[in-house]
Ligand binder design. Structure first.
Ligand code: NAD
Length: 429
């Protein structure tokens, strides 16, 4: 007797799909083929130059000793010092840090900054640490990495779970070891310590500028466009505010506690005042509560994922109805989801372009520190806009020339620039 069996329904393998290193390499390999990259250079560029793992014993407030694990990966320094943030998060993995470091290399090259790429991470729950515990952890992490950090070698910044205060402790610890105050060792500092005016808003401003440029490609103005923003932290809140200021209607925002919606447009200032006091959107009454996934599926002109990796996967990409996805976060879309969004005709402004405003003003901060001179807000904002618009145009041109997505074009631009430098410098034997 023969039986007919249906092919099993294979659920997408999200463990593979959501591994950030896989996500980075899938896009990298696509660009390498398009560029017809020399295999030797490919072998050099696909792996990090240096990976450091450190054990960080910290005395907790109750007298216990905890040992945290910290990472710092320098992916590439061909174009300049390693540059990249430090993440404090309980889900940090070595592969995540590796991918984020490589993304920094391509991102700095896309916007043509004289930096390479690096990233750090400490496996911890930043919300569960007291300020004193966080300070001790940060100082121990910095001292463990002392041989590798420096304005000409590796320059950290803040990222998820870290802020200006963490950068201040890092600066102080490094400076005490170095024997002199060294503001250029870290960016994302407070203005009092040599931070740059405009840095806090820079990533959000870059998102606003690239969203505007993308809409323009579709024949639409930012004024009156509808926007949904996932994540209401340093990037998401600034992007929402600047998009609203530019005339867009921000109809939804979310953080890890709550998603809020209003067809008439949310009052971003009101929401920002709320989170300044309460830290999260939890309990916030200014809008209708919707399910977190609903935000991603809203019928808006622009969707800004500005929270975490893997927000848009093969599971939910088909629900996205936005015309433009402008990636404020690093790695918010998986490689598998790219294909779905492309097929749906969604214009994706990739992370290594869309969120490059932050590292661009970090570069301005480093330049100001090294020249001992502070620029005014108009100078920072004008130069940032120039960098972002130029990079957007270059990526778009490459996309048209090669008939590829903006994602592949951005990788081609970044990888191509690093490869050219490798060729020029040659191999030191
Ligand atoms: P942040 O810690 O300030 O904010 C993160 C926000 O995301 C918070 O509001 C948090 O509640 C929210 N969030 C977390 N999980 C969520 C979920 N499942 N759904 C909805 N919201 C969620 O961090 P940030 O600095 O704003 O960074 C956000 C992203 O942008 C990260 O991917 C980061 O690497 C990237 N990025 C940051 C900068 C920068 O200048 N800070 C620059 C470039 C890229």
């Amino acid at each position: 007797m023969s039986t007919t069996t249906l092919p099993p329904t294979v659920a997408p393998d999200l463990t593979q799909e959501t591994n950030p290193m896989q996500a980075m390499l899938a896009r990298y390999e696509r660009a390498v083929i398009e560029l017809d990259l020399d295999p030797g250079i490919d072998r050099i560029l696909r792996q990090p130059e240096r990976e450091v793992t450190v054990a960080l014993p910290v005395e907790m407030d109750d007298g216990r000793i905890e040992v945290f694990t910290g990472y710092r990966v320098v992916h590439n320094t061909l174009r300049g010092p390693g540059k990249g943030g430090i993440r404090y998060d309980s889900a940090v993995t070595p592969d995540e840090v590796r991918a984020l470091a490589a993304w920094m290399t391509w991102k700095c090259a896309v916007v043509d900054l004289p930096f390479g790429g690096a990233k750090g991470g400490v496996l911890c729950d930043p919300f569960a640490l007291s300020p004193r515990e966080k300070e001790r952890l940060t100082r121990r992490y910095t001292s463990a990495l002392m041989p590798f950090l420096g304005p000409d070698t590796d320059v950290p910044a803040s990222d998820v779970g870290t802020d200006e205060q963490v950068m201040a402790w890092l600066l102080d610890t490094y400076s005490m070891h170095a024997g002199h105050t060294s503001p250029a060792v870290v960016t994302g500092k407070s203005l009092l310590l040599g931070g740059s005016i405009g840095r806090a808003d820079a990533t959000g401003r870059g998102v606003m500028l690239t969203a505007e440029a993308a809409l323009m490609q579709l024949g639409q103005r930012l004024e009156g466009a509808t926007v949904a923003v996932q994540g209401f932290g340093k990037v998401g809140a600034a992007a929402a505010r600047l998009l609203a200021q530019a005339g867009a209607r921000v109809v939804a925002v979310s953080d890890h506690t709550r998603a809020l919606h209003s067809d008439r447009g949310l009052d971003i200032t009101q929401l920002a005042n709320w989170t300044r006091r309460q830290r999260t959107l939890d309990g916030c009454p200014y809008g209708d509560v919707i399910a977190p996934d609903e935000l991603l599926a809203l019928d808006v002109d622009v969707l800004v994922p500005a929270a975490v990796e893997n927000a848009i996967t093969s599971h939910n990409a088909h629900t996205v109805r936005a015309r433009v996805v402008c990636e404020g976060a690093n790695g918010p879309t998986t490689a598998e989801a790219d294909a779905v969004l492309d097929a749906q005709g969604v214009l994706v402004v990739p992370d290594i372009l869309a969120n490059a405003g932050g590292v661009t003003v970090s570069y301005f901060e480093w330049v100001q520190n090294r020249s001992g001179y502070a620029w005014d807000a108009a100078t920072v904002d004008t130069r940032l806009a120039e960098v972002m618009r130029r990079a957007f145009t270059q990526v778009l041109q490459l996309a048209h020339q090669h008939e590829v997505s903006m994602r592949t074009a951005a990788y081609m631009l970044g990888i191509g620039r690093v490869a050219e430098v490798q060729k020029l410098r040659g191999l030191y034997a």
